[in-house]
Design a protein. Structure first.
Length: 94
């Protein structure tokens, strides 16, 4: 969700990737990001005012709220200062 991420310059403690797909959904822009060979893809939503500047570019972001999934089941719901006790296989949903 657009209000659950911070777009940042650089990458100090963030996730960064290249935009591989972009689509518009109900006034927001959904970007699919390739985070690297050893990481799953991530999908983020951008608010309408940020849609044109981020298409087909490198995007760095920091989630402020997230969920971790293992085999399709949510195992933890965290905020920035909380940490999950297990290390599940990460399927990113920002």
């Amino acid at each position: 969700r657009p209000h659950d991420i911070e777009l940042i310059d650089g990458c100090g403690g963030c996730l960064a990737g290249l935009v591989t797909a972009s689509r518009r959904v109900a006034g927001t822009r959904h970007l699919e990001l390739d985070l690297g060979r050893n990481h799953p893809h991530a999908e983020i939503e951008l608010p309408p005012e940020r849609t044109t500047t981020q298409d087909r570019a490198r995007v760095a972001f920091r989630p402020t709220k997230w969920k971790l999934f293992r085999e399709g089941q949510p195992v933890a719901k965290s905020k920035r200062d909380e940490a999950a006790t297990e290390k599940p296989r990460l399927v990113a949903q920002a």
